[in-house]
Structure formats: structure tokens, C-alpha cells
Design a protein around this ligand. Structure first.
Ligand SMILES: [Zn+2]
Length: 511
């Protein structure tokens, strides 16, 4: 056996020696020429200085705006070590708007943070981030034996180098490809990879490199890097200086004072689910649903929804997360209310953690009820392919027709005995077109992300009220809603009951 391996090894060595003596493969030649044209043939590390911004996918305030929240400046923004396959991000991180817009959970800007993060390229997102500079892409393309094609885009011809990569978060893996577009001057102008998102489907995550500059020592590099996922920007960097082959320290920074913060790049902010209680013994598992009385039930999972029985159909409040969540929700709805179709799902706002299950409800023939501010968004998104990770709707042929009902200030669903009301709330900085849902019979107010209650109830008005709750309370008073219980989409630990008083306390008021 030993001998056989030895011979095989010798042959492999001989094979690679022959390859080394022969000409480079066409793709390798493109890589060599491109590195040379950029003056970075011997680059091992790249350090970028500059300023820009980043954000969370699907958590913006405006449904058609950028995934924007944070600004980064006056710092070493990224230093890459291509051999060690990692990068270090050091930056001053601050809120882009006051009050913060989008999925911030507060109307008070977060304090300015000095962030220092090490990212090793041991997962999909980090590997793509490594490839999203011209040099990083060429290094990754060389290491992954890239193949070569050509493509014309907007009248310009590009050589396209491609290599396969496993996409996803490690739990749900799919095959995709990293593509780099190299122009006739041997400059990498764009890096693109198709990714899968529960709500958006198959979308492009790309980085475009513009405003090329000669940085001295023959190094040519773009001074603008813009990353997008789907259409909106997720990351932008205006490069003010760069260094090649400066040492990059990838040792983890001391935990003391090392602000964590969100890594730039993909990743939607997730709200705390019912199991989010910290400390103490693990809470007992909650039942699948709670009877809210008069034909309404709270469906309890990592996220929550309300199941409402109407005379000849079922109405749902909120279709969050993904297919698996909706599968559980539908099973419980059909168990509680057999033989009635699920006709409506009320969507409070477009944030992707609360829209990720809507496709599975479209597959069920359910009509999405949402605020008119979202007009066009669902039509565009639901029409997108979902081929990387085919979901229930993708697998259906033909696809059921999308049904969306847009509502404004107020909408009432009633059959004479059961009533559900939606209200658009004014002044939300969390999301434009935000709606709350009121069940007048049960005197229950449903909110998503506007009043995420603490695990322990307050016993007196808080000193520093969160602006979300101040605004929600003023809206409740403007609308004259009589409330006995609040149900937040993100439940407190143990699904403790949240009474009317709690909103007053959290808004800094006694009743
Ligand atoms: Zn939200």
C-alpha cells in the first residue's frame, strides 16, 4: 500500500512539474496580467483607509431605500491578509440619522463606537467579503482554479472569471458562483455572486469598483467600492489611502472595550424571540398556541402570529420568517379552525424577518394585506425566482397569482360577529407604512417592533422612555383604542401577559 501511494504521489508531483513548465492556463494568465496591471503582483496584504457606510439587509425605514443605517469614518476600514484568509475592520461607527431610521428599536442614536473586528474567511459571507475587492477576487480566483468566459454588459466586453462556492449560512447550503468582470485594461470592475434570501429569492450581491486612481508605486486601485444586495446599497467605501504588504494583525482584539457591533455585509437584524430571556434556568417550553377568546389564538414560535376565525375563512396577523414557520402556523390554524381557507394575512411592515413567510402564504392562495406605502414591492419580490433554495411557491406550477390588498389609515375586516382593524401609525421611525392591528372584541392591540417589551414588567414609569413607545402611546390615544392587553410580535419570556398599563410606564407616564 505504501509503495502504491508513493508512486501515485510521485506521479502527481511530476504532473504538477510538467504543468509548471508549460504555459499558464488562460484563466491563470488573466489573473497574472490583471495583478500586474494593477501593480499588485506580489501583494500579500491590503490595507484600505477611508469612510463610508453600511447597514442591515431588509431593516431599512423606507421600503425602496438603501439598507442604510451606519456611517463609518476616519479609520483603517479594512485590512486584508490574503494568505491567512482574514481581514480586520477598525472603524468609527455612528448612526446615520437622528432619530435612527429602520430596525433600530429605539429613537435614541447608539453611542459612537470604536469598532475593531477580526473576520476569518471560514464562512460564505466572509469569503465573499474577501473577494469583494479587485485584489481579493483575483487571489480567491487563483486559489479556486477559476474558469473563464466572456460577457458583454452595457456595450462593454469583459473577461469573466468564475469559481464555485457553497452559499448559505451553513445550515442551508446551496451551490453558487463568484464571478469577476475584468475589462480590456485588465482591471477587475465588478464582483458578483447570486445569493438566496427567504423573501427576496435569488438576488445579486455585488461590488462595483469605480474612480480608479494611481496610488503611487504603480498601484492602481478604485477609490470607490459600492456593494449592493438586490438593488439597495449595503456597503460603501470611499478609499482615501491604501497600503500594500503592511503587516495585518489577525489576533483577536482584547474583549475589553472591543465593541461588537454588526459585521458589514449580509445579515438581517433579528428581533428577540420568546426564548430570549437571559440568565436563570431555561424556561419551560410554551404551548403552540394560546386561546385569546372569541375565535382568536396566538400562535407561539420563535416569532408569533394571530389566527382569527371569521365566518367563512381564517385571517392571520403577520407571516414572518420562512416556509417552515408558515408550515407550523398553517397546521395550527387548520387544527383550530378546520375546513376554512386562509384568506388574509395582515403584514404590519415590510422588514424581511416579517415578510419571509409571505411567499408560502401566496402558495396557499392567501391575500396579503399591507400598507399602500409598500405598493409595488411585493409584486416585484414575489415574481423573483427562488431557484437556489427552491421554496414551496417556486416548486408550484403554475404559480398561484399574487393577491395584495393595499390599505391606508384604517381598514376593518368584519363578518358581524368578529372584527379585526388595521391602523397606519404616524411618526414611526422603524418603518414607513407601519400598521398596528386591533381586535375590538378581545381589546387586544398587536404591534410588531414598536413595543418590544422587557421580560420583566416595569412597576413604575421609566426614567428614560424609548421614543417608539412614546409615539405608540400617542397614536393609541389619538385613535382612542380601548386596550386590555398588548401582544408584541416578539413575545417576552414565558409569554407573560402585557397589560395596558405597561405602555404608559414604558412611555414614561403614569396612566
Ligand atoms: Zn421591523
Amino acid at each position: 500500500m505504501f509503495k502504491k501511494f508513493w508512486i501515485a504521489g510521485a506521479l502527481a508531483t511530476l504532473g504538477s512539474m510538467v504543468w509548471m513548465l508549460s504555459a499558464q492556463s488562460p484563466a491563470q494568465k488573466v489573473i497574472t496580467d490583471s495583478l500586474k496591471a494593477m501593480g499588485v503582483s506580489d501583494v500579500k496584504t491590503l490595507t484600505l483607509y477611508g469612510e463610508g457606510g453600511d447597514g442591515f439587509v431588509g431593516q431599512q425605514r423606507n421600503p425602496t431605500g438603501d439598507y442604510w443605517r451606519w456611517y463609518n469614518d476616519s479609520y483603517v476600514v479594512r485590512s486584508y491578509d490574503f494568505d491567512a484568509k482574514g481581514f480586520r475592520t477598525k472603524r468609527t461607527h455612528w448612526e446615520g440619522a437622528n432619530p435612527p431610521g429602520g430596525g433600530a428599536g429605539t429613537t435614541t442614536p447608539a453611542p459612537i463606537q470604536q469598532q475593531d473586528q477580526i473576520t476569518m474567511a471560514n464562512n460564505f459571507n466572509a469569503q465573499v467579503e474577501m473577494a469583494m475587492t479587485p485584489v481579493g477576487f483575483l487571489k480567491m480566483a487563483a486559489a479556486n482554479n477559476a474558469s473563464m468566459t466572456s460577457k458583454t454588459e452595457k456595450g462593454k466586453k469583459y473577461t469573466v472569471l468564475s469559481y464555485p462556492i457553497d452559499g448559505g449560512d451553513g445550515k442551508q447550503v446551496y451551490k453558487t458562483t463568484v464571478n469577476g468582470y475584468i475589462d480590456s485594461a485588465n482591471m477587475v470592475q465588478k464582483v458578483e455572486v447570486m445569493i438566496s434570501d427567504n423573501f427576496l429569492g435569488d438576488v445579486s450581491w455585488n461590488a462595483v469598483f469605480t474612480d480608479w486612481k494611481d496610488w503611487g508605486n504603480g498601484v492602481k486601485f478604485p477609490s470607490k467600492i459600492v456593494q449592493r444586495q438586490w438593488d439597495p446599497r449595503i456597503f460603501e467605501l470611499s478609499v482615501t489611502n491604501l497600503k500594500v504588504n503592511a503587516p495585518v494583525d489577525l489576533a483577536p482584539p482584547a474583549t475589553k472595550g472591543g465593541a461588537k457591533g454588526a459585521p458589514a455585509g449580509a445579515g438581517a437584524a433579528k428581533g428577540a424571540g420568546p426564548g430570549a430571556a437571559k440568565g436563570g434556568a431555561a424556561p419551560a417550553p410554551l404551548p403552540v398556541s394560546e386561546d385569546l377568546g372569541n375565535g382568536a389564538w396566538l400562535y407561539i414560535n420563535a416569532y408569533t402570529s394571530v389566527i382569527v376565525e371569521m365566518k367563512d375563512h381564517i385571517l392571520l396577523i403577520e407571516g414572518s420568517q420562512n416556509d417552515a414557520y408558515i408550515e407550523g402556523l398553517l397546521a395550527e390554524a387548520k387544527r383550530l379552525v378546520p375546513n376554512k381557507p386562509v384568506r388574509y394575512v395582515i403584514n404590519t411592515h415590510f422588514h424581511f424577518d416579517h415578510t419571509g413567510g409571505l411567499r408560502a402564504l401566496v402558495a396557499e392562495g392567501t391575500t396579503i394585506v399591507t400598507h399602500e406605502r409598500n405598493k409595488g414591492l411585493f409584486e416585484r419580490v414575489i415574481a423573483q425566482p427562488h431557484k437556489l433554495v427552491p421554496d414551496k411557491l417556486e416548486k408550484m406550477s403554475p404559480h398561484p397569482k399574487l393577491k395584495v390588498e393595499y390599505v391606508g389609515e384604517k381598514h376593518t375586516f368584519t363578518d358581524g360577529s368578529q372584527t379585526v382593524e388595521t391602523y397606519a401609525i404616524r411618526g414611526s421611525t422603524h418603518s414607513e407604512g407601519m400598521m398596528i392591528v386591533y381586535l375590538p372584541k378581545q381589546k387586544i392591540l398587536w404591534n410588531t417592533d414598536e413595543f418590544n417589551v422587557n421580560n420583566v414588567a416595569p412597576t413604575a414609569p421609566v426614567d428614560a422612555p424609548n421614543g417608539y413607545q412614546v409615539n405608540l402611546l400617542s397614536e393609541v390615544e389619538r385613535l382612542g383604542l380601548q386596550i386590555e392587553r398588548h401582544i408584541p410580535a416578539h413575545l417576552p419570556a414565558g409569554n407573560r401577559k402585557v397589560g395596558a398599563q405597561e405602555l404608559y410606564f414604558m412611555a414614561g407616564r403614569d396612566k
